[in-house]
Design a protein around this ligand. Structure first.
Ligand code: ADP
Length: 474
């Protein structure tokens, strides 16, 4: 039988203490009473009667002593029972078990009820703290940024899932070790030193991995703060900045390309104007062609600026909220009609074939018209005189396709995948001579993407090309 399964009264020291004190008190009382009665009797009655009186007295005293002991036992039990219950409940609370409730009756009713109330309150507080801890742990685990808690010695105390993913190391590899051992970057060492010695916040950018998988990570450090138990921790935030860096690079490239594109016509205009100022203005044979050059360069500038504005707007947001249900047959037919004169001037036959099935789609009329204009413009531009440009709308598997086919100069295979890039031209000189900006197909690609579709090109050098925009039918 285990100690905790022994009868309650045997286990309770308190019970025995109370019981012994009571019993000793009863004993002293009876021994004293007995002595007193005997002395009184000796003085009051005859010696012959004394023996029988003593027997009666002893029997009565024995019975009374027994009764006293029983009363002591019961009293001790009454006092020690609730106290022992409280001790047991308090031990339970210390173990985190709040289920035990005390009987709120008897002499200790008020104490038991206060104890129970305290137990309920403690249970609520502990549950609240546990819930908050769970909440914080779940937030920490699920934030997309990486979080590392570092102690005053630079050892990693805790990491979240995002941090292990971004740093490419498991929690076991990171936790409990100095950060410099797992993340070997001079910039991170410097950041930590600054943080731990000078308590200064800061941030660094590091490159992780190699080649195409290179990641740009930003590590932001916040100063040490005190935690329960007297220790100090600092938070390091790890963010993936790869996409930002790519966009930054794209913006820089775009700016460089735009500046370069704008510089060429501006330099020409400046040179022609200076020549005119220097005297050519008085020479009728030079004046007219110079002014013509200035005019065409100004037109090119206008076209460039207009296309640059369009591409910036299209690239700034991948979705278009201004689309409306429209019949693509009608939209494409209208654009084809705008090019009839130009095609005729170049002796190019312009054909349009409408789809017989329903051709409704959700489109941004302005953007889609511009995209189709760019395709037909290119087809006429890069076609030889007397050739044919066929424009068609077709429908297949819930997708509508606008196709523009020419039998012009075609595009070499190695250039085909690049023609949708900004400012990419197969033949710079020819494009410029024809008034191209190098942005037409890039606009087409962005318009198709914003319509939940795609733009594609097929071509054979010297034979011709087919450009298509495919988008979901309504
Ligand atoms: P551009 O203003 O120079 O025409 P685009 O973005 O519209 O710019 O086209 C990019 C390049 O793709 C053109 O410079 C040209 O080399 C090639 N290209 C586009 N359309 C055709 C076509 N129909 N036939 C042959 N080449 C084309």
């Amino acid at each position: 039988m285990g100690a905790d399964r022994l009868p309650f009264m045997l286990r309770s020291r308190l019970f025995w203490r109370i019981f012994s004190i009571n019993t000793v008190a009863v004993l002293i009382f009876f021994v004293a009473s007995l002595g007193y009665v005997e002395l009184s009797l000796k003085a009051a009655i005859q010696p012959a009667q004394l023996e029988s009186v003593r027997v009666v007295l002893l029997t009565a005293s024995g019975a009374l002593l027994l009764a006293g002991m029983v009363i002591s036992f019961l009293t001790a039990r009454m006092i020690s029972g609730p106290v022992e219950g409280m001790r047991r409940a308090a031990e339970g609370i210390a173990r985190g078990d709040f289920k035990e409730r005390l009987d709120e009756q008897g002499d200790f009713a008020a104490l038991a009820s206060a104890f129970n109330a305290m137990s309920v309150q403690l249970q609520n507080r502990v549950e609240e703290i546990e819930a908050r801890t769970r909440e914080l742990a779940s937030i920490m685990e699920n934030v997309s940024d990486g979080l590392l808690l570092v102690d005053a010695e630079g050892n990693v105390a805790l990491v979240n899932r995002a941090a292990t993913r971004l740093l490419g190391q498991s929690a076991a590899q990171l936790e409990g070790r100095p950060l410099w051992q797992s993340v070997r970057h001079a910039e991170v060492d410097e950041l930590l030193k600054q943080l731990l010695i000078l308590s200064e916040p800061g941030s660094v950018r590091i490159e992780q991995g190699a080649g195409a998988t290179t990641q740009t990570l930003e590590i932001v450090a916040t100063p040490l703060f005190e935690v329960a138990g007297g220790g100090k921790l600092a938070v390091l935030l790890v963010r993936d900045r790869t996409e930002d860096k790519r966009l930054d690079q794209m913006r820089r490239d775009f700016l460089a390309d735009v500046s370069h594109e704008l510089k060429t016509p501006l330099t020409s205009i400046k040179a022609y104007v200076e020549t005119l100022i220097d005297g050519a203005v008085d020479d009728p044979t030079a004046r007219a062609p110079f002014l013509e050059k200035i005019h065409s360069n100004a037109q090119r500038l206008t076209a460039l600026v207009s296309d640059i504005l369009d591409i910036s707007r299209l690239e700034s947001s991948p979705h278009d909220d201004e689309r409306q249900r429209q019949d693509l047959n009608k939209l494409v037919e209208r654009v084809v009609a705008q090019f009839r004169d130009r095609a005729q001037k170049r002796n190019v036959t312009l054909e349009f074939t409408r789809v017989e099935a329903a051709a409704d789609a959700f489109v941004n009329d302005h953007d889609m018209s511009e995209a189709v204009e760019n395709l037909i413009d290119n087809a006429i531009k890069y076609s030889s005189e007397g050739s044919k440009v066929a424009v068609a709308v077709t429908r297949e598997d819930g997708q509508l396709t606008i196709s523009v086919t020419d039998s012009g100069i075609g595009i070499p295979q190695e250039s085909l995948h690049r023609v949708f890039e900004r400012f990419y031209r197969v033949d710079q000189a020819r494009s410029r001579a024809l008034g191209g900006t190098g942005l037409g197909l890039s606009i087409v690609k962005h318009v198709a993407l914003r319509h939940g579709g795609k733009a594609e090109a097929e071509s054979e050098l010297g034979k011709g090309s087919t450009f298509t925009i495919t988008l979901p039918a309504a």
